[in-house]
Ligand binder design. Structure first.
Ligand code: ATP
Ligand code: MG
Length: 450
């Protein structure tokens, strides 16, 4: 347990209405070596120039919880221009509320000036959603406008102390997600906080405080007023949090899954593909947690695959030729879902590349396998096949064969070849070189997009 009120901080000689708890390192447990060098340097440089500067938000929360932060934010009383002037590799971004990106090698530290809490002058839409949040304030104001107590912690790398205005460290230790202020009012200001509550509770295995949880069901529809791009970003964060499966489970539990989130509807409303989609999300979780690369394109390819399959089957039943039918099915699915999911042309290209290689895995004779392993998307397409096999939609033996083929040398590959068992070949106008006749589809063009 933390000892209460170690010191009180006074603001301009007046007693602060929100006494701050200053928690020493031995009580919060953050080791300085665990903090990114870039974030430490940023704070030191600002402090040496006479400013206040702290690591803030999710990074402090994660460090205390023993999780490696994925990025670092710094909060300061320096203005963006003052910050910019102190770091050679930095740039100001944003127009309405400027923040500064400070670059250290691969790392980007996001530095923002303390912001004021909302007042009667804050601009809101007709549902009470805050439209602008662009007035500078004190550190205490800055803490009060953050969403959850565990997100309003300020770590000073120089002293090792954590400044805690809302008992965030206590809540983190008690594994409770508690809102700063009245949860209903805070959801009205920004309905995305409902999604953040679920995502953070899944990530940190926190219990939702009853007051945080209770209004979600009845206020859920406010999410409809949030701009689509913002929701989409939030859903991406959720899917790539390393806790997507758990987050979806909790979203369902809180009734946040119907009609509100187009991306989620795509995921949850496919009875046929549910097992596949869940496996894919579990796989993404594992990759994120192991620090491996992930791509939205690959995940979207899995989310939409069963729609493509259904569409393709229907076309084949109408006697369309398999390969053109697959292309038509892909186009139709991407057209209808692409907009909802904000899939860019570039990502759509990548998704198509993965899909179009799937039937080609069935060709295990002739030269086709040799050409397939050389495709730039072979590895992604094989990962995809592997998931299909795990879900029972493709034979496991096929995925294993391709794994072995990939690893084998040339002689071993020749010995592995099989008489053709793939889909019926299409008649070609011109035959290619001998041994090439078994190819089903004309090799799609790969231009390395994505
Ligand atoms: P993570 O980075 O693990 O996804 P995070 O809490 O750091 O989680 P960010 O989106 O990086 O999330 O936000 C950084 C900080 O900004 C938060 O910790 C919180 O203090 C504040 N913040 C973010 N979104 C909101 C919001 N909708 N309302 C109030 N404060 C917010
Ligand atoms: Mg963050």
């Amino acid at each position: 347990m933390i000892r209460k009120l170690l010191r009180r901080v006074f603001k301009r000689g007046e007693p602060s209405p929100h006494p701050v708890e200053i928690i020493p390192a031995k009580e919060h447990g953050i080791r300085p070596e665990g903090v990114s060098p870039g974030a430490r340097r940023t704070c030191e440089t600002l402090q040496q120039a006479g400013h206040r500067a702290y690591v803030v938000g999710g990074a402090v929360r994660d460090l205390i919880a023993g999780i490696e932060p994925k990025d670092y934010d710094v909060a300061t009383d320096a203005t963006p221009d003052q910050v910019r002037a102190l770091f050679r590799r930095s740039r100001i971004i944003g127009r309405r509320f400027q923040i500064v990106h400070v670059l250290f090698g691969q790392e980007t530290i996001e530095v923002s000036t303390f912001r004021a809490a909302h007042d009667e002058n804050t601009e809101k839409d007709e549902h009470g959603r805050v439209l602008r949040d662009n007035v500078w304030g004190s550190m205490e104001d800055d803490a009060a406008r953050r969403d959850f107590t565990v997100n309003a912690l300020y770590y000073d790398p120089s002293s090792g102390e954590v400044f805690d205005y809302h008992h965030g460290v206590r809540d983190l230790q008690r594994k409770t997600l508690r809102m700063i202020g009245d949860p209903r009012a805070r959801y009205r200001e920004d309905p995305v906080r409902m999604l953040r509550a679920i995502r953070l509770s899944a990530k940190l295995d926190l219990r939702l405080d009853p007051q945080v949880q209770a209004p979600i069901r009845e206020m859920a529809e406010l999410i409809e007023n949030v701009p689509a791009a913002r929701l989409f970003d939030e859903m991406l964060k959720l899917l790539f949090s390393g806790h997507a499966v758990e987050s979806l489970h909790r979203l369902r539990g809180e009734g946040l899954h119907h009609g509100l989130l187009p991306l989620l509807d795509v995921i949850l409303e496919q009875p046929l593909g549910e097992k596949f989609v869940m496996l894919s999300l579990a796989d993404t979780d594992q990759r994120v947690r192991a620090g491996k690369r992930t791509s939205p394109g690959f995940l979207f390819a899995t989310l939409l695959w069963h729609e493509v399959l259904a569409n393709w089957e229907a076309r084949k039943k109408r006697d369309e030729l398999p390969v053109p039918a697959l292309h038509a099915a892909m186009d139709e699915v991407l057209d209808t879902q692409g907009e909802k999911l904000a899939i860019t042309r570039r990502t759509a290209g990548y998704i198509t590349e993965i899909w179009v290689l799937q039937p080609r895995f069935e060709k295990r004779g002739g030269r086709a396998p040799f050409r397939l392993v050389e495709q730039p998307r072979f590895r992604a397409a094989w990962d995809f096949l592997h998931l299909r096999a795990a879900s029972g939609e493709a034979p496991q033996e096929l995925a294993d064969w391709w794994r072995d083929f990939q690893l084998a040398d040339n002689d071993a590959r020749e010995a592995m070849l099989r008489p053709d068992t793939g889909p019926k070949k299409r008649r070609r106008r011109k035959s290619r070189k001998p041994g090439d006749a078994g190819t089903v589809s004309p090799a799609p063009s790969f231009d390395g997009e994505g």
